[in-house]
Ligand binder design. Structure first.
Ligand SMILES: Cc1cc2nc3c(=O)[nH]c(=O)nc-3n(C[C@H](O)[C@H](O)[C@H](O)COP(=O)(O)OP(=O)(O)OC[C@H]3O[C@@H](n4cnc5c(N)ncnc54)[C@H](O)[C@@H]3O)c2cc1C
Length: 575
């Protein structure tokens, strides 16, 4: 029988990465596919009929595009893409359709336990098949009683011998499984004697039946179904990694990375919705002027969302590059990215509905569907609350163990950047980072770390701060090229992204201020008088000063919306 001693599989490290030309080719062929095969009319039809476009998704995995090869290593015929490639493609895919994107995500997700935990023989066998045949894969983890708490799973894997051959008998039920009734291959988590373990199960294995297909609020072009496992016999060599009890570690390794993909999904859908809203506002006339000429509308429903989405993109790209540079243990960053980008995507899509007025509420208008679709990104792959827990508690520990070093260094970086490049909002972020250090120290003294709501609030401030820092860094990099702009950059881009970075730094400052005073006053740690008397790093004026001039920045940007795409992501020249 199979050994049960504990073994850790090698850390997740994505592929070597694509060169710029190949990445642009993949993106262009994907967009061309979208224009040709997924026009809005068809997407609305698929949504109305809740129909999964299986042939089109298999075409995406076919010889023309081979999108699935991005997720696979070269030795099995894959493209060995890096995290930055996959995040860029995920954003583009989500902007095409989140239902189709979710089906592609599920294939990557279902493949991941094999990628991170299988034996070399298993990798050779299964990954080659996935690559060569363009298989649809499903990731079977969630159960009716085990959602956020994966470890509560009840599906069982009993070792048995059949005709002298070692096997496992799987039994149980899975729910909400993407590609559940259309996949060719499944990775299923079940509790073996040695603990939760992944098993590869092929479509059509006796006793393995896709169950009820879910009727959903959004991503209705994706297939989601239950899985029934009734004494499903699989050979012992279908145990991923060959050792029982590795399943949760393999799932955790996958999370740090797939949460970044879902962050890119929230971003892609939010960007698509806002682009449609800007296009609508350029045309729609009320009270003799276009919606774009109404300051209240642009400053409420467009610009804050555009700045937030640009910050989400900058943060996702930063974390992806750190993964590609070989950095490990980025679970907290993965959670921050998912939390910030998916919440930003939902708010951006909701604002896009509002820009359309009554039309935004009508199924004929894509923003209505996008608003429903993007809602899933704050739920699957770890809900926003789970990511607030991971991000808030993770940074809380780091800031306490490191005596605030992480954000002290961040503040010093922002101070230096602000001196070098005063136009990108860095000085504002220095104040926010220092305030967070002071807040955590005060909160620790008052033993507030036990309160989950405090941790959740910290996560809200942390994600706003770190996303704004990423955008400020990106804007500073563009400022360095303002004299010799590459052809890929629209005229005036350095000034536009600098104004967006200032706007986001202002929002981060307000968010940090509301969390600092909310936590300290809300928990009675400080009396109202003491809050008013706060000084030094927690001085209210210091934080709110970060909003200085934000209305003017929005006025400047509103003038650009008529002609420019402020959601663009032109390629930064290297060096
Ligand atoms: C369309 C769709 C596709 C999916 N695809 C897949 C798939 O392919 N494979 C797969 O395995 N799963 C899949 N899922 C399942 C998804 O990952 C789970 O729904 C998700 O993890 C949440 O679990 P749950 O639904 O059981 O909610 P619960 O875990 O029951 O959560 C309910 C609420 O409680 C909150 N909560 C939970 N724990 C805590 C806590 N400790 N502190 C504070 N708040 C908490 C949650 O944030 C949420 O707000 C899919 C789900 C959907 C809807």
């Amino acid at each position: 029988m199979v050994a049960t001693k504990a073994v850790t599989s090698e850390p997740v490290h994505r592929g070597a990465g694509l060169d710029q030309e190949t990445r642009s080719l993949v993106l262009e062929s994907l967009r061309e596919f979208g224009r040709r095969e997924l026009p809005d009319e068809l997407l609305l039809e698929l949504d109305a009929e809740e129909r999964f476009p299986e042939a089109l998704v298999r075409q995406l995995f076919g010889p023309e595009i081979g999108l699935h090869l991005l997720f696979l290593p070269e030795e099995v015929g894959g493209m060995d893409a890096g995290a930055i490639d996959i995040c860029t493609v995920s954003e583009a895919l989500a902007a095409l359709d989140l239902g189709v994107a979710t089906s592609v995500l599920a294939t990557a997700l279902g493949t991941d336990p094999i990628l991170v935990g299988a034996t070399p023989e298993q990798k050779e066998r299964w990954l080659t098949r996935i690559a060569d045949e363009g298989l649809l894969v499903a990731y079977g983890v969630t159960e009716p009683g085990a959602g956020s708490n994966v470890a509560a799973l009840r599906s069982k894997a009993e070792p048995v011998t059949v005709d002298g051959r070692p096997c496992y008998r799987l039994s149980g039920r899975k729910c909400f499984i993407t590609n559940g009734s259309v996949a060719d291959l499944y990775t299923v988590l079940a509790r073996a004697p040695g603990g939760p373990s992944f098993f590869v199960v092929e479509k059509g294995t006796p006793g393995f039946n896709p169950g009820r297909k879910e009727e959903k609020h959004g991503i209705r072009a994706s297939n989601t179904a239950e899985l029934e496992l009734e004494d499903v016999l699989v050979p012992a060599d279908h145990l991923v990694g060959g050792v029982e009890g590795q399943g949760l570690a393999q799932a955790a390794m996958v999370f740090g990375y797939t949460r970044l993909m879902v962050a890119a999904f929230g971003l892609g859908a939010g960007v698509d919705a806002q682009r449609r809203a800007v296009a609508y506002a350029r045309e729609r006339v009320q009270f003799d002027t276009t919606l774009l000429q109404k300051q209240g509308l642009t400053h409420k429903l467009l610009l804050p969302h555009i700045a937030r989405l640009q910050a989400a993109r900058a943060y996702v790209q930063e974390v992806a590059r750190r993964i590609d540079a070989g950095e490990e243990e980025l679970q907290v960053e993965g959670s921050i990215a998912k939390l910030f980008a998916t919440e930003a995507g939902c708010q951006a899509a909701d604002a896009a509905v509002q820009v359309h007025g009554g039309y935004g509420y009508i199924r004929e208008y894509m923003v209505e569907k996008i608003r429903r679709d993007v809602r899933i990104t704050t739920i699957y792959e770890g809900t926003s609350e789970i990511n607030q827990e991971v991000a808030g508690r993770g940074r809380w520990r780091q800031l306490l163990i490191g005596k605030g070093k992480l954000y002290e260094e961040l503040a010093a970086q922002m101070r230096a950047l602000g001196e070098r490049c005063p136009s990108v909002g860095a000085a504002r972020l220095e104040a926010s980072a220092l305030a967070m250090v002071a807040l955590v120290q005060r909160a620790r003294k008052a033993r507030l770390g036990r309160q989950q709501h405090v941790i959740f609030e910290l996560a809200r401030a942390i994600s706003a701060l770190e996303a704004a820092v990423a955008l400020t860094r990106k804007a500073a990099a563009w400022a360095a090229h303002s004299d010799h702009l590459p052809d890929t950059a629209p005229e005036g881009w350095p000034a536009d992204i600098a104004a967006l970075a200032r706007l986001q730094a202002a929002e981060a400052g307000s968010t940090v201020a509301s969390v600092v005073f909310g936590v300290l006053a809300g928990t009675h740690t400080l009396s109202p008088e003491e809050v008013i008397g706060l000084d030094g790093r927690l001085h209210p004026g210091r934080l709110l000063a970060s909003t200085h001039g934000s209305f003017l920045d929005m006025d400047q940007l509103a003038g650009r919306l008529a002609t420019e795409d402020l959601l663009a992501d032109p390629l930064l020249p290297v060096g």
